[in-house]
Structures are given as structure tokens and as C-alpha cells.
Design a protein around this ligand. Sequence first.
Ligand SMILES: [Zn+2]
Length: 78
Amino acid sequence: MNDELQFCYCCRVHHPREQMRLYPTRAGYRWRCVKSIEAANSSRQERDAFGQQQSRQNQEASRRQADWSLLQRSGGIL
Ligand SMILES: [Zn+2]
């Protein structure tokens, strides 16, 4: 019965063998479940997307700041 289960080094529990993949670590190949691998991948993608969003907002903020400075400088002339 235990033949169907494999210890997941990531979750520290046993999962059914069909959910397990051999995953390369610094210590060699370890059994890890697909869910934990996908969770790690998607959280990295979310972090990347968040970082891109942040830099866009920074660009937008500095552009608005530049417009405002221009408006103030040209305010007396126009
Ligand atoms: Zn797991």
C-alpha cells in the first residue's frame, strides 16, 4: 500500500506517486510533488509581474512630476 506513496521533501508529507516528480536540488535529485513545483513557478511569475507593474507606476509618477514642473515653469508665459 505504501508503494503508491512517495515522500515529498517540499511538503514533508507523502503524496501519491503519480503526483511526484524528480526535482534537481543542490543535494541531488529529490522527489517533489507537481503542486509544490507549480506553486513555486507561479509565485515567481507573480513576483515578476508585480515588479514590472511597480516600475511602470514609477515611470508614470516621474512623467507626471515632469509635466507638473513644465506647467509651473511655463505658467507665467502662457
Ligand atoms: Zn508536496
